[in-house]
Design a protein around this ligand. Sequence first.
Ligand code: NI
Ligand code: MN
Length: 233
Amino acid sequence: MVLYHSYMKITYISHMGFMVDFNGTKLLFDPFIKGNPKPGPIKSEDLSPDWILASHGHGDHIADVEPIAKRTGAKVISNYEVTNWFGAKGVDGHPLNHGGKADFDFGTVKYVNAIHTSGLPDGSYGGNPGGFVIWKDDSCFYFAGDTALTRDMELIPMTCPKLDFAILPIGDNFTMGYDDAVIASDMIQCDIIIGCHYDTFPYIEIDTEKAKKAFAAKGKTLLLPALGETIDL
Ligand code: NI
Ligand code: MN
């Protein structure tokens, strides 16, 4: 008798903020509602995560981490420097560094390379930026964080289970654009991509129809959920 059925529900908050219901555990990624010019319908107070995962120290990825963590007791998973920075504010966390993985009650989290920067809002050193690969049994996804296209992405299918989907930045200017994200999807061997980090600011406005066509031309699917929309995968 099979009692355990794996599932993932992904809610797009805004920018690179997502809430992933991972087999019943709520994982909040890169919340940026405060100060966001396009915050969407979901308020910080609406979010009750079990864990908060922060890819790097930039304000557009951690703006709401402290208030949500303090209200809910959720712990922060990030790199060593970012978790220490939150630790000094009274927010508990689990530090990772690149290439390292750890087992949690909900599954395994691996912190993988990103090509970007990671300074914290007050000028503190935020270590180096990263992304996360998260899996339990056959369920596995990649949250890239802010990154350029990098050959390091080829290591993901070599070292992690097969990806069900990946969350990639597509807005260009500060991260890879959708054209490079198509190549990234080949490197990580994944055909279902959720795009983010676009259209929040003028610098990262893109033609979303062209972006979808670029993925479709390679037989891949680019999902662009509306702000506040939930998709089941
Ligand atoms: Ni950034
Ligand atoms: Mn960013």
